[in-house]
Each structure stands twice: as structure tokens, then as C-alpha cells.
Ligand binder design. Structure first.
Ligand code: ZN
Length: 62
């Protein structure tokens, strides 16, 4: 069986592992009601609509 000749250094190990450690940016969609940029699967904070229905009262109107 093949045996590695050198011990893999911490730097080399971590450099390899860091490839999959990137944080993915949150998915933003445009609100269908007001066109505001909203997180996917989240209520729009500007108009309070989610899936075409008023779910919450927006903070600016209160
Ligand atoms: Zn909206």
C-alpha cells in the first residue's frame, strides 16, 4: 500500500479545507408587491407581504 512520504503540514491541510469553508451569501429576491430586495422565504419588511398576502403590518406605518 502506498505510504505518504511526508506529513501534511497544518498550512497545507487548512488551505485545502478552506475551499469548502466559504460562507454563501443569502439569496435575495425581489418583492412581488413593492419590488424591494427581500431574503428568500421571508416576509417583506417594507410592505409586510408574503406570497401575495398581507402577513404583518410594516413598521413604517405603525
Ligand atoms: Zn414588499
Amino acid at each position: 500500500m502506498a505510504v505518504p512520504r511526508f506529513k501534511t503540514s497544518k498550512a497545507r491541510t487548512r488551505r485545502r479545507q478552506s475551499i469548502n469553508m466559504k460562507l454563501s451569501s443569502p439569496t435575495l429576491i425581489e418583492c412581488s408587491t413593492c419590488g424591494n430586495r427581500v431574503l428568500l422565504h421571508h416576509v417583506c419588511p417594507k410592505c409586510g407581504f408574503y406570497r401575495g398576502k398581507q402577513v404583518i403590518v410594516p413598521e413604517s406605518k405603525v
